[in-house]
Design a protein around this ligand. Structure first.
Ligand code: MG
Length: 326
């Protein structure tokens, strides 16, 4: 079946689509009440985040836009030290979209939400003219446990900078699809609950966290250093990039330091906790390839010690990068 404007009319066709696709996968006590708004019991400090997803292609190796739309918002909540609780999901469907493709994304969204421990408690669907694609917005709420203070402003000289795994996988995967390149590069798209939970369970003194999305590691490091008025020094030899992604970047002249990921994060922890934090991360599924990347310094800006012993200033990504990877 193809999606038509009638599916967005609010009438009979809309109700049929709701029943056949959304209600089939999204079920919970709050949503099932079908009220005008979800009523939630939450008390304490709340992290609140929203993101829109417009990736092309919508299905890619390692995931699809439905999975991505959960991971993106859940990871942003996690990076503030929050426990993600609730999500909304708004779908904008283009006329001509195959309902099977929509169902693949909705089903994936439901299973990823389950994995991430969040409930989808409100939603909306609109149909617009277009080329049979779809876009999704998710908004999420998470609860920050008492006494937890995670912020880009917390960095101090001597803190350790840890990255959770290989860089550039998602970006290289999406580009490969678009360029019709045959390879086995898979998106790293994943909710990072396991890593964050583990760090706090082990009582690591976490200062700041960032998911390494658009703009890449280089940009994230600069944001942290600038917000905390300090410097960061990293070792080129420690930057984790898969051989296949390295080859891909080499051909296209891309720098993995500025490539987007959807399942990787940076953690800045108290320098004395560096080894313990690294071991904690490595013990998780999504952090098993974690490495200690460098240290926070008393200087300004981000500097990389190169393999040859030189130093290179790492700037933020300048200009556009590449659109529609998330
Ligand atoms: Mg983020």
């Amino acid at each position: 079946m193809k999606i038509t404007m009638a599916h967005g009319s609010g009438g009979k066709s809309s109700a049929e689509l709701m029943k056949a696709v959304f209600a089939k996968y999204f079920k919970n006590d709050i949503l099932d009440r079908m009220e005008d708004a979800a009523v939630l019991n939450v008390s304490g400090r709340i992290a609140f985040s929203t993101d829109s997803f417009v990736v092309t292609p919508v299905i890619f190796r390692g995931g699809n836009i439905g999975k991505l739309a959960v991971c993106g918002t859940v990871n942003d909540l996690l990076m503030m030290g929050a426990k993600p609780l609730y999500l909304t999901s708004a779908y904008i469907l283009e006329e001509g979209l195959e309902s099977e493709l929509l169902e693949t994304c909705v089903s994936s969204m439901a299973s990823t939400a389950k994995e991430a421990g969040v409930q989808i408690v409100a939603g909306d669907t609109k149909v617009v003219e277009g080329n049979g694609s779809l876009m999704i917005n998710t908004t999420g709420i998470g609860l920050i446990p008492e006494g937890r203070d995670i912020s880009a402003a917390n960095l101090k000289e001597g803190d350790a900078v840890i990255v959770s795994g290989y860089l550039g996988d998602h970006h290289a995967c999406i580009l490969s699809h678009r360029m019709n390149l045959e390879n086995t590069i898979e998106s790293d798209c994943a909710p990072l609950n396991d890593i964050v939970d583990r760090l706090f369970d082990e009582e690591i003194r976490v200062k700041a966290m960032r998911d390494i999305t658009r703009g890449g590691l280089g940009t994230m490091l600069n944001e942290l250093a600038a917000t905390s008025h300090c410097g960061i020094e990293i070792e080129e030899a420690n930057i984790p990039v898969r051989e296949e992604v390295k080859g891909f970047c080499g051909i296209l002249g891309l720098d993995p330091l500025y490539m987007g990921n959807e399942g990787k994060m940076l953690a800045v922890v108290d320098g004395d906790d560096a080894e313990k934090a690294l071991a904690a991360m490595k013990a998780t599924n999504h952090g098993k390839d974690a490495v200690l990347l460098g240290r926070v310094t008393g200087d300004k800006g981000v500097v990389m010690k190169t393999r040859l012993g030189g130093k290179r200033v790492i700037d933020s990504l300048y200009g556009e990068g590449l659109p529609r990877i998330c």
